[in-house]
Write a protein of this length. Structure first.
Ligand SMILES: NC(=O)c1ccc[n+]([C@@H]2O[C@H](COP(=O)([O-])OP(=O)(O)OC[C@H]3O[C@@H](n4cnc5c(N)ncnc54)[C@H](OP(=O)(O)O)[C@@H]3O)[C@@H](O)[C@H]2O)c1
Length: 305
């Protein structure tokens, strides 16, 4: 079994001439989505609030776009800071700037999200509302602002969702509620916008290594049975590794590519099978005992005559 996400499996000119508008594009997961799109010839517009983060991402991706010498067309990377997805008018301005500078928008990634850990008792109405406003309303606002371009170019949209709402994850009721709405929006928009040639899908990442979101949840006091909290967590993931930002980038490339031209309204879960575990939590039965049994050599069965 692979212990890391596959790299370099796509045709380098796959997205030549295409343009992607990415909210949250300077964040950990979405900047990797942007990076991998750039490597395949796609120009990108990085949208965020924090100017420094946006400019740093643009700088890094611009260097990368210059390195992609096998792609015949010039790839452009622009950044538009000080954009809050809760504010439709600022998003409209970002779309205009993108179209002015890059000529078009074919793909949209709605990845901007707010997150923090809080139990219900300590969560204010405003805190809950702000996550729903960024994750859900911000996703709606993003598609709305890009709509004309999506119609014109028969575009494709990816929402970045989560799996937290498939069961009741503690300290995450705000994100779970918001992402449940994101999934519902994905399905409704897929059905509506499919009629004018626009595909709408979502990616639901599981526990992604190297992100602040995962680091905040996977905490614990020291080692249990010689294993750290992260090792313990990883053992419960059927594919026995944490997700990587590359896993999410690969799903993104697939969903934007023509290979997915008949796929819309899907929430693609990229979590190593984790959510299927439900509440089964029985170490060492899973995974140690199970693994031993699965790999045990059995005597061949004698045919019954
Ligand atoms: N990390 C995980 O393991 C995990 C698991 C499941 C789902 N996800 C989802 O994956 C996506 C990316 O997560 P991540 O871990 O990469 O998070 P991240 O690094 O914190 O990135 C989130 C981005 O959203 C932007 N953002 C936040 N509020 C905004 C607003 N009001 N307007 C515009 N931009 C805003 C932030 O930029 P500014 O600071 O510049 O505003 C930031 O760059 C999110 O949708 C998250 O819910 C993550």
């Amino acid at each position: 079994m692979r212990n890391e996400a596959p790299k370099n499996i796509w045709n380098l000119n796959l997205f030549k001439g295409k343009v992607c508008f990415i909210t949250g594009g300077s964040g950990t997961i979405c900047s990797k989505q942007a990076e991998e799109l750039v490597k395949l010839g796609c120009s990108v517009s990085i949208i965020g609030r924090n100017e420094q983060k946006v400019l740093e991402t643009v700088k890094r991706l611009t260097l990368l776009s210059g390195e992609s010498t096998t792609i015949e067309e010039k790839i452009k990377v622009i950044g538009i800071p000080n954009i809050d997805v809760r504010d439709p008018s600022s998003l409209h301005k970002a779309v205009s700037t993108t179209v002015d500078k890059l000529g078009r928008i074919d793909f949209v990634i709605a990845g901007a999200a707010g997150n923090f850990i809080s139990d219900f008792n300590h969560m204010s109405t405003n805190a809950f509302k702000s996550v729903v406003d960024i994750d859900l309303l911000g996703t709606f606002n993003t598609v709305k602002a890009c709509y004309d371009q999506l119609v014109l170019n028969k575009g494709s949209v990816i929402f970045v969702s989560a799996t937290l709402h498939y069961y009741g994850v503690p300290f995450q009721c705000h994100v779970g509620a918001a992402k449940a709405g994101v999934d519902a929006l994905c399905r409704s928009l897929a059905v509506e916008l499919g009629t004018v040639g626009i595909r709408v899908n979502a990616i639901a990442p599981g526990a992604i290594d190297g992100t602040e979101g995962f680091a905040r949840l996977a905490v614990g006091d020291g080692k249990t049975g010689g294993k750290s909290p992260i090792e313990r967590f990883t053992e419960k993931i059927p594919l026995q590794r944490l997700g990587s930002v590359m896993d999410i980038a690969n799903a993104t490339i697939f969903l934007f590519s023509d290979a997915a031209s008949y796929i819309t309204g899907t929430v693609m879960i990229v979590d190593g099978g984790f959510w299927h575990m439900g509440n089964f939590n029985s170490y060492p039965l899973y995974p140690d005992v199970l693994k031993n049994r699965l790999l045990e050599k059995k005597k061949p069965l004698k045919p019954k005559i």
